[in-house]
Each structure stands twice: as structure tokens, then as C-alpha cells.
Design a protein around this ligand. Structure first.
Ligand SMILES: [Zn+2]
Length: 216
């Protein structure tokens, strides 16, 4: 009872999407809103075929998803990022269980944003996935060299330009994973951001990079 009271103070039991108190949801959203999260099927907006081939996305970025992201980013709801990490694992378990991952790597946020927000939601998801996959979390490999503008407000071409040169491998790069790695992002729109990360990871010698995002 005390534990429930304390957790409800930290993470109030109301749905970040509709605002109703929930008792029967999946742990971060009420069951009605959970039903309205749509499974992601189309990869049309991701431009490059090669990127599509290795990308898995759980949900369509609809209004429910947008509100979840808003609460993660701006209302400190780290619990949503944790739960999304678990949901990704459950949803893609058949495919994930076929692969031995040498590292789970989050798309990095700029250090200024991490300080403002308190956490990197992609890193929280990646950490949960790494735990479940029993693979090392390597949030030390990539970093953001520039505090780029939010991709969601930009056109496709602006998104491409916005992330050019925005990522780097954190020097010195030691213990570079040799096999397959999993790159994790919260929302994948056109793929420009993950493409920037993939390029840097390939440049340091990682060849097999799989991509996973909660929404797209
Ligand atoms: Zn709801």
C-alpha cells in the first residue's frame, strides 16, 4: 500500500493520453488508449530501401503516440520510456531472439537537452532492451556534436540537412562491438537521424546495424 502510494506520487496513475485515471492498462496508458495505438505497418516515409530492411517500428505516430512522447519529453515521464522498452522487446521477441546482439546503442541527445530533460528517452528504452536481451548497453559510443533543431518541425530536406555532421563516435573508441548491434530511437520519421548514426557507426567499423524505434 505504501509502495503504491509512493509510486503514485512519483508517477500518478492517470493516462498521459486521455487524462483519465487508469487501473487496467498496460502500465503506462489506459486500456482504451492502448487499443487506439496502431501497430506500425508501412515504411513508405523511410526513403532508403536498405534502411527499411533493417528497421522495426512498433506503433504509428498517431495522436495517442504524440501525447506519450510529449509526456516523456516534457513532463519527466521516464516510466513511459521504460515501459516502451519492454513493449518493444515483447512485440519483436520472435525476431530479436534469433540474433545475438553485441551492443544496444541509443540515438544520443545533446548534453544540453539531457540536462534540461533529465534523461534521454531513447537511452532509457535502450537500457530496458539491453537488460532483456542480456546485451551490453553502449551509450558511450555515439554523441551529438550539435544541439540540432527538433526534427518534427522540419521538412524532409531540412531534416536531412539538420543532422549532417550532428553525430560523432566518442573518442577514444575502444571496445568496438564486433557483431550485430541494435540502434534504438524513440520516434523515427524519415530516417534522417538514424541514417546519421548508422554512418558514424559504420565509419568506426560496425557492419551489422539493426534499428528499432517505438513510433514512426
Ligand atoms: Zn487513456
Amino acid at each position: 500500500m505504501l509502495f503504491r502510494l509512493l509510486t503514485s506520487l512519483v508517477f500518478p496513475h492517470y493516462c498521459p493520453s486521455c487524462g483519465h485515471e487508469w487501473f487496467d492498462g498496460v502500465g503506462f496508458i489506459c486500456s482504451e488508449c492502448w487499443k487506439r495505438l496502431e501497430a506500425f505497418k508501412g515504411y513508405r516515409r523511410i526513403k532508403e530501401h536498405e534502411l527499411k530492411e533493417r528497421t522495426q517500428i512498433a506503433f504509428v505516430y498517431n495522436e495517442i503516440a504524440r501525447l506519450l512522447v510529449l509526456h516523456m519529453k516534457f513532463y519527466g515521464r521516464i516510466d513511459i520510456a521504460e515501459k516502451l522498452g519492454s513493449v518493444l522487446f515483447q512485440q519483436f521477441y520472435p525476431q530479436l531472439s534469433q540474433i545475438k546482439f553485441e551492443a544496444v546503442i541509443p540515438v544520443p541527445l545533446h548534453s544540453v537537452r539531457v540536462r534540461e530533460r533529465g534523461f534521454n528517452q531513447s537511452a532509457v528504452m535502450a537500457s530496458r532492451l539491453a537488460d532483456k536481451l542480456k546485451a551490453p548497453l553502449r551509450d558511450d559510443l555515439l554523441h551529438r556534436t550539435r544541439n540540432t533543431r527538433p526534427q518534427s518541425r522540419l521538412s524532409n530536406q531540412e531534416r536531412e540537412n539538420n543532422v549532417i555532421g550532428a553525430f560523432a563516435a566518442r573518442p577514444p573508441v575502444n571496445r568496438i562491438p564486433g557483431g550485430t548491434v541494435l540502434l534504438v530511437d524513440d520516434v523515427l520519421h524519415t530516417g534522417s537521424t538514424v541514417k546519421g548514426c548508422v554512418k558514424v557507426l559504420e565509419d568506426i567499423g560496425i557492419e551489422d546495424i539493426r534499428i528499432m524505434a517505438a513510433m514512426g
